[in-house]
Design a protein around this ligand. Structure first.
Ligand code: ACO
Length: 343
C-alpha cells in the first residue's frame, strides 16, 4: 500500500488588516483591544473586500501549495474543499475552485471530482482523512485539500454580535496530499463528533423544515431574522469541551501510534482561542516552543487555521522534513479530530 504525505503547503490571507481597535473605530462596536486580547489572544484579523469569496481566497493558497508540491495543477486527481462559508448554498465551493484554477480549460481539461467538506473547524482534518484514504487506496495520486473561509461577510459587526464577531477572520490554507513509497507521511487520523451540542455553535440562516424555508413577504422577498442570520455560540460550553476533546484527541493519537508526547516535534492546534490552546498545552505539559500559533494575527479562520499554520511553519523553518507533527481541531457540531504526520 502507498503512503500518503503532504507534498506541498500554501496559504493566502487578504491584505486588509482589521485590528481590535478598528472594530471599535471603523465598525462602531462597543469593545476594547484589552477585552478581546485578554480572552482570546487576538490582536488583528484579515477581512476580504466585497466581491471576494472563499473560492477566490482558495485559488491563491492552492496555487502556492501546487507549486510547493512540484506538480502541475493538471496532475491533481481530486479537490476537497473544507469551509463553513461557501460561496453559495449550492453547488459547493470545490467546483468554483476547480474552474478558477483553470482545470476545466484548454486541450486537456481535468474534470476531477470536487467535494465540499462541511465540518467547520474540524473540516481540514476530516478532509485530510478523506485525502489520505483516496491516496492510500490507490484511487488518487495527488489530492488538493483546501480550507478557506470568508467570515467577514457573515459576522454581525455590531455591539449585539461582538462576542462572536471579534473572534473570526478570513483566509485560506491548502495542502497537496500525494502518494509515496517512502516511509513517511500521514501515520493516522482520528475523528469524532457529538451531535448533542449541534446548536451550541451554529449559523442557521434558514430552516428547511419551514415553508418557505426563509420568511418571505407577499412579494417573495426573504427576510432573515438576526438570530438566524448570524452565528450563535455558547462560548463557555465551547471553551470547556474544546479543551477536553483536544487533550483527549492528542492522547488518542499517541495511544494509537504507541508513541509518547515527547516524540512529537510540533503541535499545530486549531486556532479558536489562544486561551484554549494554552490550557491544552498546560494540561499536556507541552513546551512552548513546540506549539505554534497565528491567532494573534488572523483570528479564527476555521477550516483554514491548520493548513495556514503548516504553510507558515514550513516557510519560517519551524516545520522541517523528518519532524513528527500533530494536528488537532475542535469545533461546531461538536466535531473534533487529530492527525500525526512524519513530515
Ligand atoms: N468586547 C467587550 N465586551 C464583550 C465582548 C467584546 N468583544 N464580547 C462579549 N462581551 C461582554 C458580554 O456582552 C458580557 O457582558 P455582560 O456581562 O454585560 O452581559 C461580558 O462581556 C461577558 O460575556 P461572556 O460571553 O460571558 O464572556 P466570556 O468570558 O465567556 O468570553 C469568549 C467570551 C471569549 C467568546 C469565551 O467564551 C470563549 O473564548 N469561548 C470559546 C469560544 C471560541 O473560541 N469560539 C470560537 C469558535 S469555535 C471553535 O473554533 C472551536
Amino acid at each position: 500500500m502507498q503512503n500518503a504525505y503532504i507534498s506541498g503547503t500554501g496559504f493566502y490571507v487578504p491584505p486588509r488588516v482589521v485590528t481590535n481597535d478598528d472594530l471599535r473605530t471603523q465598525y462602531g462596536i462597543d469593545t476594547t483591544h484589552d477585552w478581546i486580547h485578554k480572552r482570546t489572544g487576538i490582536e488583528s484579523r484579515r477581512f476580504a473586500d466585497e466581491g471576494i469569496g472563499s473560492s477566490d481566497l482558495a485559488v491563491h493558497a492552492s496555487v502556492d501549495a501546487i507549486a510547493a508540491a512540484g506538480i502541475d495543477k493538471k496532475d491533481l486527481d481530486m479537490i476537497l474543499f473544507a469551509t463553513l462559508s461557501p460561496d453559495h448554498c449550492f453547488p459547493g465551493s470545490g467546483v468554483f475552485l476547480q474552474q478558477k484554477l483553470g482545470l476545466c480549460d484548454g486541450d486537456s481539461p481535468k474534470f476531477v471530482p470536487a467535494m465540499d467538506i462541511r465540518n467547520q473547524c474540524s473540516g481540514f482534518l476530516y478532509g485530510l482523512t478523506t485525502a489520505r484514504a483516496m491516496v492510500t487506496s490507490g484511487q488518487c495520486k495527488h489530492v488538493l485539500l483546501v480550507g478557506a473561509e470568508t467570515h467577514s461577510a457573515a459576522l454581525d459587526l455590531s455591539t449585539r454580535g461582538r462576542t462572536v464577531s471579534s473572534l473570526f477572520g478570513d483566509g485560506a490554507g491548502a495542502v497537496v496530499v500525494s502518494a509515496t513509497t517512502e516511509d513517511r507521511g500521514i501515520r493516522g487520523t482520528w475523528l469524532g463528533a457529538d451531535g448533542r451540542f449541534a446548536l451550541n455553535l451554529c449559523q442557521k440562516v434558514w430552516d428547511i423544515k419551514k415553508r418557505p424555508f426563509i420568511p418571505m413577504n407577499a412579494e417573495g422577498v426573504g427576510q432573515v431574522t438576526p438570530e438566524n442570520a448570524w452565528a450563535q455560540m455558547d462560548g463557555k460550553i465551547v471553551f470547556k469541551h474544546a479543551v477536553e476533546k483536544m487533550c483527549l484527541a492528542v492522547m488518542q493519537s499517541c495511544w494509537e501510534l504507541q508513541i509518547e508526547l515527547k516524540d512529537i516535534d510540533l503541535f499545530c492546534f486549531h486556532q479558536a482561542n489562544m486561551r484554549i490552546n494554552q490550557y491544552v498545552a498546560q494540561q499536556l505539559n507541552l513546551p512552548d516552543e513546540k506549539v505554534v500559533h497565528n491567532i494573534q494575527r488572523y483570528g479564527n479562520t476555521t477550516a483554514a487555521t491548520i493548513p495556514i499554520l503548516l504553510a507558515e511553519s514550513e516557510r519560517n523553518g519551524k516545520l522541517k522534513r523528518g519532524m513528527k507533527v500533530a494536528m488537532v481541531a475542535f469545533g461546531s457540531g461538536f466535531t473534533w479530530g487529530s492527525a500525526v504526520c512524519d513530515w
